[in-house]
Design a protein around this ligand. Structure first.
Ligand code: S3P
Length: 183
């Protein structure tokens, strides 16, 4: 399907924590025969501890610094990698700019109502949520949504979609997108 892997743009999936960037990204990478990188996993490997421990032991700023380093390095390589950054990565302007200029950015858009149903599954491993009430989480969700809405090339509403359907819709959208090299 992808005949020009060496020169293909990277694809970056954005969206709030727990929307399925990693699951859908893995399926997409598989379908397009591309490499996949979950940047949280990469950070954990390089820092040799889980994200929650990095936040606890070293603070959020140490995590964000490493996150920037990992993502900018990935953006420098134009090799068609599917990249799943953490939901907070786009808070950093340098990351936003690097991703938007080097890659196709896909916003996986889940509603607050649908996200809330996933909360019990994702809570423990997301330190950003730990000190927050549901009202505060909703506020963060809406703030982040505004950020994602201003910084994407392709948007997919995923409330009604399975992981497989999400990946399929991404492929359809990428095919339509002018900047895509997928044919
Ligand atoms: C974060 C999202 C997490 C992870 C970290 C911080 C955030 O990634 O990077 O816990 O600030 O939104 P996921 O979006 O993959 O959950």
């Amino acid at each position: 399907m992808d005949t020009n892997k060496q020169t293909s743009k990277n694809i970056v999936l954005i969206g709030f924590m727990g929307v399925g960037k990693t699951s859908a990204g893995k399926v997409l990478a598989n379908k397009l025969d591309r490499q996949f990188v979950d940047t949280d996993e990469q950070i954990e490997k390089e820092m040799n501890m889980p994200t929650a421990t990095i936040f606890e032991a070293l603070g959020e700023s140490a995590f964000r610094k490493k996150e920037k380093e990992v993502i900018l390095t990935l953006c420098d390589k134009q090799n068609g990698t599917i990249i799943s950054p953490g939901g907070g990565a786009f808070l950093q302007q340098e990351i936003r700019e690097a991703c938007l200029s080097s890659s196709i950015v896909i916003f996986l858009d889940l509603s607050w109502e649908a996200w809330q149903e996933r909360l019990p599954e994702i809570f423990d491993s997301r330190p950003v949520l730990h000190d927050k009430s549901v009202e505060e989480m909703k506020q963060l969700f809406n703030e982040r949504k505004k950020l994602y809405e201003q910084n994407y090339h392709v948007r997919i509403a995923i409330d009604q979609l399975s992981i497989e359907e999400t990946a399929q819709q991404m492929i359809t959208a990428l095919r339509k997108s002018e900047s895509s090299t997928i044919h």
